[in-house]
Design a protein around this ligand. Sequence first.
Ligand SMILES: Cc1cc2nc3c(=O)[nH]c(=O)nc-3n(C[C@H](O)[C@H](O)[C@H](O)COP(=O)(O)OP(=O)(O)OC[C@H]3O[C@@H](n4cnc5c(N)ncnc54)[C@H](O)[C@@H]3O)c2cc1C
Length: 393
Amino acid sequence: MGPANPTARMADFDLTPEQRIVRQTVREFAEREILPHVERYEREEKYPLDLIQKLVPLGLIAPMIPQEYGGSFLDVVSYGVICEELARVDWVVASVVSVTNSLVGGSIVRRGTEAQKQRWLPPMARGEILTSACLTEPGCGTDLASMRTTAEKVAGGYRLRGTKVFISHAAHAGLFFVAATLDPSKRHRGVTTFLVDPRSEGIGIGEFPMRTLKRDNLAEVHFDDVFVPDDGLLGEEGGGFPVLGSALDMGRYSVAARCVGQAQRCVELALAYAGEREAFGQKIGEFQMIQSKIADMICRTESARGLVYRLGRMKDAGVERASMEASMAKLVASEAAMSNALDAVQIHGGYGLSAEYEVGRLLLEAKALEFGEGTSELHRKLIAEFALGLRKQ
Ligand SMILES: Cc1cc2nc3c(=O)[nH]c(=O)nc-3n(C[C@H](O)[C@H](O)[C@H](O)COP(=O)(O)OP(=O)(O)OC[C@H]3O[C@@H](n4cnc5c(N)ncnc54)[C@H](O)[C@@H]3O)c2cc1C
């Protein structure tokens, strides 16, 4: 087990006995099977396919996919706890679960035809295919309504043309969830979502080099006249924004939960270091300025966790769209992960940036969490617009 968690009692207070078992099971699994390998995979820039496969027998890869399609279909709070505990040890493995369930699988469950569900969900639940969400483009990330990847209606289907960037898991995916526009001049009313086989003719996958998360093998994906049959349309023509809206609602929930896990890890690593490192004849944890950082780190983590669990309970109670609450959870949790990583590095001194310690890696990985599924600026804007009545749930 890792270092002690002083707020375990509080963190578990809101959970049912079954949800506590989920946390305990995932934590033990993640510490035993994943954590020991993460640093090496990052050094070797190796995608953790074998670690991801270990999720399958425990049903952790498809907690939001209904059992009739082979998933384990747990409650939303348990799903958040799974994302939290996996992210506490590894960004990439947690990302697979989040993309599979919130973005791609969840969109098929909510909007797919029966044939699409039968075709795609069982192999996803068996871990036979991973998925990628292809949304971001070189010219647009936050402003998805200005996307330039086009879908032209042709006999029997559509032709996709354009480029997507920053695509996680793309080189290993067996299914792409793609947003393209039927008519760029229609902005969000033109955006349409598709389920695309990555082996289709005309798809090119190139490297997208990053300074962090090298084990994620981020890619750019080129669509060069790619034919997508009619049965690849997910939802309706021009109906992509509502599909993306529900997907991002759940996506932001799972990313927020991942941020809590990473913030928690920083607390634990900082406590362990502050309790053993000495300066001026005493443990650095006895210095008030170090204590102040630790107190802030713990409070940030618990505030974020409270928002995330409450959002999960809202979803479990049947609230389908909780966009304002999802933005609040994502904003607070991603900033907690980032601030905690900064403080944890500071507490480690220069060793915080040495290859020997995990916290330096967590710093850039926390930064990435402030971008995915909406930047902090976007979430501040959304929260204020909801509050001012300028935007409806
Ligand atoms: C590690 C990683 C993995 C990713 N994985 C995926 C993936 O799998 N699939 C995918 O599609 N994308 C992925 N992304 C992309 C991610 O979703 C985008 O980076 C994000 O949406 C922001 O878009 P952008 O980077 O183009 O920034 P921009 O949208 O260009 O924003 C630049 C800056 O301007 C600010 N800004 C923009 N609009 C406003 C506004 N209205 N008001 C105030 N400020 C504003 C932003 O907050 C930001 O600070 C990933 C990114 C990272 C870092």
